[in-house]
Write a protein that binds this ligand. Structure first.
Ligand code: IPE
Ligand code: IPE
Ligand code: MG
Length: 248
């Protein structure tokens, strides 16, 4: 029996989010520069996107650059931006071929112009992809997202478009950058850190967390499959009792 056969194709998480962490440590272990780790992480991205699409995941969100990552050394930030431009340029054809739509969440207006251009072009080219949506979180943080949502909602309230008393959870969710995307069912974090690092704070309310000690550049197809299997062993109770779930 292959490892693949034990994955229940009827219970694939519709949305998987990943905190791709550990590139720097991976490079350090090899005596290389941090940038070498980021470059090596691209292989893991490619395999993960491919595997997710093959398994039938509808949305895959990758945390590629956080609001806080702007505080890294300027050289590392610019290397990451260059890598982003290069990778998008290189991978767009594959996304198109596999009918994968590219989307971005985050304060993308703060990215260098070259990144914005490359991103806009790739998103436009892949807009009709229906197999899976690949969401890149760029200059993203959960608090940024909640703040921009609150700001835009405040404008709509001030202009009379929205009544304060009519604001529901769904209203607020509709102003988040993830509007229209289901909340992640599974969050994977590599490199063993036990934290959210300001990722999708609202959206992760009931997400299953899967943390692996593997460093991101070492993450492969089999590791993604293992995360899916672990997810399938969980009981998602959403506040109910186990007994309630079995009588449904
Ligand atoms: C994740 O790897 C990549 C980004 C945050 C852009 P890190 O660069 O954080 O690697 P570590 O955590 O220092 O090992
Ligand atoms: C989280 O990783 C952000 C991304 C993976 C893009 P970090 O390496 O920035 O997280 P912290 O700072 O260790 O929490
Ligand atoms: Mg890190």
């Amino acid at each position: 029996m292959t490892a693949r056969s034990v994955i229940d194709s009827q219970n694939i998480p519709a949305h998987v989010a990943i905190i791709m962490d550990g590139n720097g440590r991976w490079a350090k272990q090899r005596g290389g520069l941090r940038v070498f780790g980021h470059q090596s992480g691209v292989t893991a991205v490619r395999e993960t996107v491919e595997t997710a699409a093959e398994l039938g995941v509808s949305y895959l969100t990758l945390y590629a650059f956080s609001t806080e990552n702007w505080n890294r050394p300027a050289l590392e930030v610019s290397a990451l931006m260059q890598l982003l431009v290069h990778t998008i340029r290189q991978e767009t054809a594959t996304l198109l071929k596999n009918s994968i739509r590219l989307q971005a969440i985050g304060d993308t207006a703060s990215l260098p112009a070259s990144c914005q251009r490359e991103l806009a072009e790739a998103m436009q080219l892949t807009a009709s992809g229906t197999r899976m949506t690949l969401v890149l979180a760029l200059s993203y943080s959960g608090r940024w997202d909640l703040t921009q949502a609150a700001r835009r909602l405040a404008y709509d309230v001030a202009s009379g478009k929205v009544q304060p008393a009519a604001v529901t959870e769904a209203t607020l969710a509709g102003y988040l950058s993830t509007a229209g995307i289901p909340d992640p069912a599974l969050l994977i974090r590599t490199s063993g850190e036990q934290r959210i690092s300001n990722f999708l704070l609202w959206q992760l309310a009931y997400t299953e967390l899967y943390i692996t000690d593997l460093l991101w550049p070492d993450f492969r197809r089999a590791d993604f499959e293992e995360a899916i299997r672990a997810y399938q062993r969980r009981e998602r109770r959403f506040g109910k009792t186990s007994e309630q779930l079995s009588v449904s």
